[in-house]
Design a protein around this ligand. Structure first.
Ligand code: DC
Length: 228
């Protein structure tokens, strides 16, 4: 894909594979923007909860999304997510929002509108975008595609560590069950299911530090940059 401001790099994979951290670090190394598409689904779930819109009501969620202003705003301590001008960066990292995002993202009407926004956000290039359907639906012609995975046990342990760090009391077993449920919803839905694109570079982050994952990605991106 011809991208004037730099490459389009897509990172897909299941919950807990380390996509968002890898995408953020990779974007910083490349001087690119990072678009965390999961944060967009989370913001919709939270807005719906505030306004009493049912997570099962696709058309109402779509209408709500069309009225929402969603923006990624660079800041000194990292990028912030604003929704209708309010900073929701922390608010969307709540276990109830984890669940909600996984429900709102099954609706084809919601995905269609999200994909259109994500294409507009990445169109100029110079972007690392992470999610579930970036290499398959949002940018099937992305310059570089990664599918990042890790063992289910490790993904559960990482999510559990993050939950504990936020002061939540969830047990490791409960988090493992939630990870399995989210995998089933992400991979089993009809619209935009989680899949590795045929031309994605597959990486497994089990036992690797985020820095090691990013070094591996960077080597692939540099090679593509040279080949352009
Ligand atoms: O990556 P995350 O945990 O922040 O994603 C939140 C939810 O949004 C997750 O259940 C899957 C969904 N999602 C999606 O369906 N498509 C994307 N491109 C990104 C996230």
């Amino acid at each position: 894909m011809a991208a004037r401001g730099g490459l389009i790099v897509a990172i897909d994979g299941p919950v807990g594979a380390g996509k968002s951290t890898a995408a953020r670090l990779l974007a910083a190394r490349l001087g690119y923007r990072h678009i965390d598409t999961g944060a967009m689904y989370r913001a919709l779930a939270l807005k719906a909860r505030y306004l009493g819109v049912d997570w099962g009501d696709g058309p109402a969620l779509r209408a709500l999304l069309e009225r929402m202003d969603l923006a990624f705003v660079p800041g000194p301590a990292g990028q912030r997510l604003t929704v209708d001008g309010e900073d929701w960066t922390e608010a969307i990292r709540h276990p109830e929002v984890d669940r909600g995002a996984s429900f709102v993202s099954v609706h084809a009407a919601v995905r269609e509108a999200m994909v259109a926004r994500q294409r507009a956000l990445g169109a100029g290039g110079g972007v690392v975008m992470d999610g579930r359907d970036i290499g398959t639906q949002v940018f099937p012609d992305a310059d570089v595609k990664f599918y990042l995975d890790a063992s289910p046990e490790e993904r559960g342990r990482r999510r559990h560590g993050e939950a504990r760090a936020r002061g939540e009391q969830a047990t490791l077993e409960a988090v493992q069950v939630e990870v399995r449920n989210r995998d089933a919803r992400d991979m089993g839905r009809a619209a935009g299911p989680l899949r590795a694109a045929a031309d994605a570079v597959r990486l497994d982050s089990t036992g690797l530090s985020p820095e090691a994952v990013v070094e591996g990605m960077l080597a692939v991106v540099r090679q593509r940059q040279r080949g352009r």
